[in-house]
Structures are given as C-alpha cells and as structure tokens.
Design a protein around this ligand. Structure first.
Ligand code: HSE
Length: 424
C-alpha cells in the first residue's frame, strides 16, 4: 500500500489534535479505510510545539515555500487560524497542486469565494468540516445527507465560549463579567474574547453553514450580529421565571427567495432541545421540508473533536473526492435573493420606570399603536420609587418593536430600557 504524505501548517491545539489522531490511529485507518497516511512535515514558527507534544522534531519545517515545493506532500492541513498568513499559504499550496483541509472559519467566511476557484483551477480539494461545530459532522451532513430536502431553517448554538458563559450565568446567577473571568481561567475564552462574545465567531460559522444549507453565498458581512455582553443576571432570572433559557443563537431561515441571517441572544423555551445544550457544547437544530426537525450535538471545539473532523476530511480528500459549491454570485448574495431585516419574532423587553399611576398603560398604548401585542407582563418594585417591568410579546415585526422602544424611551416616567432580547 502506497504511503500518502501530508503536512500540517500550525501546530497549536487543533493541529496537534489532528496529529495525535493520525499517529494513534494510523494502523486502524490503514485497515479500515485502506489509506496509509504519514505526516511528513509540520510548519510552525519554531519547533517548541512539536517537542511539547512529543512529536518527532525532525518533521519541523519553517518555510511554506519548502513545504509547497515538496513533491511528495499531496495534502496540507491548515490549523494556523486567522486570515494572514493562512490565506497566502493555502493559495501557495493549492497552486502547487496540494489539496487543503482547513479548520479556519474566519478565513473561509471571508475568502471562500477566492480560494475555491483556485482549488478548482489546480484540480485540488478544499475541505473544511472542522471550521464549524468542531467534531460534529454538520458540513458533510448538509452537503451529502439530505440533498433532496430544502433546508428551511437552521438554529445553532455554534459558539462554545458564549454557551459556557451563559450556562454558568444560568446555573449560578452570576454576572456576565464573573462568568467570563472563569471561562478565561479555564481556557474556554481567549484573553481578548471579542470574537466569541460579540458573535463574530458564530457569524463566520453561520455564513458557512447558511451558504451550504441554502445553496447561495451568504456573505458574512450581511449577517446581523449582536453578542452576549449586555445579557444581565436579571435577564437570566426573568427568563427562568417565564420558562426560558437564554442562548446565543445563529439563525438562518430561507423562505422562497427571502433569507434571514442573524446572530444574537435568544429566549429559548425550556422544553426546546436547544435549551438543554449547556456548557461548552454546541448543537445545530435544523428543519428540512421533508426530513423535518433534526438536531446535531457535540463538542464544538477542542483538540481531539476538531482533530477528528480534520482527519475525516484528510481521508475523504485522499480518497479522491473533490466538491465545489460554485455559487453563482460568489462573495455576494445571489441577485434573486433578498436578505430580510424586518423579521418576525417574540420579544422580551425589560424597562425601569417611575412607580407611578398610568406608566404601564402608557407603555402598552405605544406597543399596541405599533401593532405589538403583549403576551405576558410582570412588575417588580425596586428601591427609589422605581419598578422593573418585564414584557413578553406575541410575534411582532422587528421594526415595529424597535420603533416602539424609541417612543417608550421618550416617556417622562421611563428611566431606562434595560434589555430587549428576541424570543424563539
Ligand atoms: N472559539 C470557538 C468557540 C472555538 O468558542 O466555539 C471553535 O470555533
């Protein structure tokens, strides 16, 4: 059996995880898949990560040109992260006829439409199962498991860091800042947590998943994005009182030529399967027109779950498979499609008011004048003659709710609009 030689660019957590699996299961893969895979080179800034992981230091390589020029290497795993130099290195590898397996969601969300034609022109594959939801095989499922169905909607908990933080707030009643500190101490959140907590990471993944699910390029920059930094311990308490958990959801929906794509915190009913996805776990809940509802659940990050997705792509690529998406209007939403901003949702609204006669009626009049119907309301007396009023609305148009909030904020006896969170 011919040994197939591959390389790894970036030997951090995920690259190291893929290496562990390729090494530990080499014989198993040979026996079950009929492919003998050898890691021939590992590119990084220095050899320290190789020594730290107990990898053979003679595999160390410091030059992408050297890697690209090695005729024996037929495939390269990219686990460097970030846009540059990963983008340039991937292009170099593709131009030298090497297929690429990447875990890089930011790069893919921003440059898929540049990379795919290069891969195609050079007869190479570009694989990215590991870019979304770690070890959960959602990319392959979307491409190869229910091709006869139209995917109508995707609801994803696709960022483990924010799910860990929100779960901790939910279980312990702590504030966002304290939950973030613990997530950082445990290594779930980065020192600079912006990409996760502001929803960028989830938006990159939604761009990739939505493009595959809806068969049209869903440009990352067009996705509405709101993170979890404004979710308070009080919001979580209110959610519990009303029968909900708060989750950061990535939502993609397609109805004919209309698409909705948004990432924001959501009140999820406690009996919905997504409400019980806690800690750093991820899940993608989707609906197809004939298959109905499905939920994919598992570890969305980590060396070995993500490494497992990479190794699966390596085996698929070495088996000769190549798949291109060939979006008609790459980089832009297809001309026939409309991305809608005025979607319909339920809303949770929390307002602090002067505890005076008539204030509730003035607020409900504004909501009713804008066609927003109240489903339930609760009020709590606070110090300083203030009261907190919580409304849950029936389904309403986003623009009507925003317009109502602007008018409510102008009422003399409204001290502050504290929160507005959409309801699933
Ligand atoms: N930062 C990501 C998360 C890692 O928290 O889910 C996987 O993309």
């Amino acid at each position: 059996m011919k040994t197939r030689k591959i390389a790894i660019m970036g030997f951090g957590t995920v690259g190291g995880g893929a290496y562990d699996i390729l090494t530990a299961n080499r014989e198993y893969i040979r026996n079950t898949q009929g492919i003998d895979i050898e890691v021939r080179s590992i590119l990084d800034r220095n050899s320290a990560p190789l020594s730290a992981r107990g990898a053979d230091v003679s595999l160390f390589c410091s030059s992408a040109d050297e890697l690209a020029g090695d005729p024996e290497i037929e495939l390269v795993i990219e686990t460097m992260g970030g846009v540059e130099p990963a983008r340039s290195f991937i292009i170099k590898m593709l131009e030298h006829g090497k297929s690429v397996v990447t875990a890089n969601k930011e790069l893919l969300a921003k440059h898929w439409c540049e990379l795919e034609p290069i891969a195609k022109a050079h007869g190479c594959g570009l694989f990215f199962e590991a870019s979304c939801v770690g070890g959960v095989p959602i990319i392959r499922a979307l491409g190869e498991s229910f091709q006869g169905d139209k995917v109508r909607a995707i609801y994803g908990i696709i960022n483990g860091t924010t799910n860990y933080i929100l779960s901790k707030m939910s279980k312990e009643g702590c504030d966002y800042a304290d939950a973030l500190k613990e997530a950082q101490a445990l290594g779930y959140a980065e020192f600079d947590p912006t990409s996760d907590v502001e929803g960028f990471d989830a938006a990159y993944k939604l761009s990739i998943l939505g493009s595959l699910a809806f068969h049209t390029c869903l440009p990352y920059g067009r996705i509405y994005r709101e993170g979890i930094t404004k979710v308070t311990a009080r919001d979580i308490l209110n959610a519990h009182d009303l029968g909900y958990e708060i989750k950061l959801l990535a939502i993609g929906k397609r109805d004919g030529n209309s698409i909705e794509a948004r990432v924001h915190p959501v009140f999820v009913p406690k009996d919905h399967p997504l409400a019980s996805v806690s800690g750093a776990f991820n899940a993608v809940y989707l609906n197809g027109d004939f298959v109905g509802d499905l939920m994919f659940y598992g570890a969305g990050a980590g060396a070995h779950p993500t490494g497992s997705a990479i190794v699966s792509d390596v085996i698929t690529a070495l088996g000769g498979k190549k798949k291109y998406c060939d979006f008609d209007n790459c980089g832009k939403l297809d001309g026939s499609m409309e991305l809608i901003g005025d979607f319909v949702s339920g809303y949770y609204i929390c307002v602090t008011v002067d505890d005076k006669t008539g204030v509730l009626s003035r607020i409900s009049t504004i909501l009713s004048d804008n066609g927003v119907s109240i489903k339930s309301a609760l009020q709590r007396a606070e110090n300083n003659d203030a009261a907190t009023v919580v409304f849950l609305t029936h389904s309403a148009n986003e623009h009507s709710v925003m317009h109502s909030l602007q008018s409510i904020a102008k009422l003399a006896d409204v001290r502050s609009i504290d929160s507005m969170i959409r309801v699933l």
